[in-house]
Design a protein around this ligand. Structure first.
Ligand code: MG
Length: 453
């Protein structure tokens, strides 16, 4: 079992994420990538420069050639690994975690994020003291590559209908959360011909604006700014910019699974594939299923997590993929979730249809959800779900055991999952009405709590 890797890389505070640890893990990754060419980037966190140096040293000691992208969003690294034909990439970013955290996100040469299972292979190298460091005359070296953000912006502006957006000259408010988005988003949206207002658009690892998780509370200023200026939409990213959150023209916070659904609608409307496929996590709203059905597309369920989505997307040559927190994959660019491409595609749809974002969102099939997190011990979070899974299902229910336990019924569906990062069980229920979703969630909450005693 992987000791350090979680669902998507290694995330920890600095007691674990020491320079020694990061250097050794980067060395192990370099070996795993056959001592090849590795892209290295970081976000704006205070510990970023220290860990960037440590990772560089580790990669050098594996004999890797490092292409240093500097401060750069995770989706940019994913795009550039493919474009620059690298053997892998490391992004030093703790995504939406508070500023005292940091993390290593790894992608392979296909820009596919390294999962927990594949992370185990890297950890074996990490602990194997017999694996040789590079000889003195075969040590790696580093070259700066400063055009990654510009390259990524160009790929996005080539992908959207630039003329349609520029013609409308939409008014957008961007909240960059003092993260890597600060170096990317204002540039992209200026290129798209938008009238801009930016918030928290100075890179600052103390996150003075707000923490990098784009929750409604953290985005209060963005919501207020959209309302005050009458903008067409507000847009915010999480710390590594794989996820994006929208505020509609009325100032309403759009939850991630609604913008995800709209993105699937866009991808399926545009595809020329006769039998298109969409990959989605097992925790995704039935809205996605309904949209896929409407377009005659096949829906492929995956485990929850970016790496599994990317793996299955490539395997099935899917036209899009994503997850409920607002992370969407545009395979033309890379198999990684890209918050900038998603923002540009949704803005394009608003401009092309002339419909406000609120209207586009409300035209999607609607479901309601209810969720809870139940704290327990590390062992209990697996044991409880195993116990429920081993019980016979009630009549009319169907279970899916790809990741945790999902139970489908006529009323809706519920999923029970052990958290990948914390000691708790997550229960998420969805149904056609809020009351039904709540009842479904409470039914399983009772079961879990009874088992925990
Ligand atoms: Mg993220």
């Amino acid at each position: 079992m992987a000791k350090y890797f979680g669902t998507n890389g290694i995330r920890a505070k600095l007691d674990v994420m020491t320079p020694e640890f990061v250097s050794r893990m980067a060395f192990a990754f370099g070996i795993w990538c056959n001592r090849g060419k590795i892209l290295l980037a970081r976000d704006t966190r205070v510990s970023g420069p220290m860990l960037h140096h440590a990772a560089t040293a580790g990669l050098f000691s594996a004999g890797c050639q490092v292409l240093d992208l500097g401060i750069c969003p995770a989706p940019t690294v994913e795009l550039m690994v493919k474009k620059l034909k690298a053997d892998g990439g490391i992004t030093i970013t703790a995504s939406h975690n508070p500023p005292e955290w940091n993390a290593l996100k790894f992608v392979d040469k296909h820009s596919v994020a390294v999962s927990w299972e594949r992370g185990e292979e890297i950890e074996k190298i990490f602990t194997d003291q017999k694996i040789q460091r590079a000889e003195w005359n075969k040590l790696g070296s580093s070259t700066k590559y400063t055009l990654a953000i510009d390259d990524h912006i160009k790929e996005i502006t080539d992908y959207v209908d630039l003329r349609a957006i520029r013609k409308k000259h939409p008014h957008v408010v961007l909240d960059c959360a003092n993260g890597t988005g600060s170096l990317f988003a204002p540039k992209l949206f200026r290129e798209l011909g938008c009238k801009l207002l930016t918030l928290n658009a100075q890179p600052d690892g103390f996150f003075p604006g707000h923490n990098s998780e784009p929750t409604p509370d953290n985005l209060a200023d963005l919501i207020a700014a959209v309302k005050a200026t009458g903008a067409d939409m507000g847009i915010a990213w999480d710390g590594d910019c794989d996820r994006v959150i929208f505020i509609d023209e009325k100032g309403t916070y759009i939850i991630g699974d609604r913008s995800y659904a709209l993105s699937v609608e866009i991808a399926l409307s545009e595809t020329k594939e006769k039998k298109p496929k969409v990959v989605t996590t097992v925790a995704t709203s039935d809205t996605i299923r309904d949209i896929a059905r409407k377009h005659g597309a096949e829906l492929v369920y995956t485990k929850v997590g970016g790496p599994y989505l990317a793996e299955e997307l490539l395997r099935h040559r899917a036209v899009t993929g994503g997850e409920e927190a607002g992370g969407i994959i545009w395979p033309v660019l890379s198999p990684g979730k890209d918050g900038f491409a998603t923002a540009a595609k949704i803005l394009e749809l608003v401009c092309k249809t002339g419909k406000p974002l609120s209207k586009l969102i409300s035209s999607l099939p609607a479901y309601y959800n209810s969720k809870i997190r139940i704290p327990c011990t590390a062992e209990q979070k697996y044991a409880v779900i195993d116990r429920i899974r081993s019980q016979p299902l009630e009549k009319g229910l169907v279970s899916l055991t790809l990741d945790g336990l999902r139970i489908n019924s006529k009323e809706g569906w519920v999923i029970l999952r052990p958290s990948g990062t914390e000691h708790l069980v997550r229960i998420f229920a969805e149904a056609k009405t809020p009351e039904k979703a709540k009842a479904l969630m409470e039914k399983y909450e009772k079961k879990v709590k009874a088992m925990l005693g």
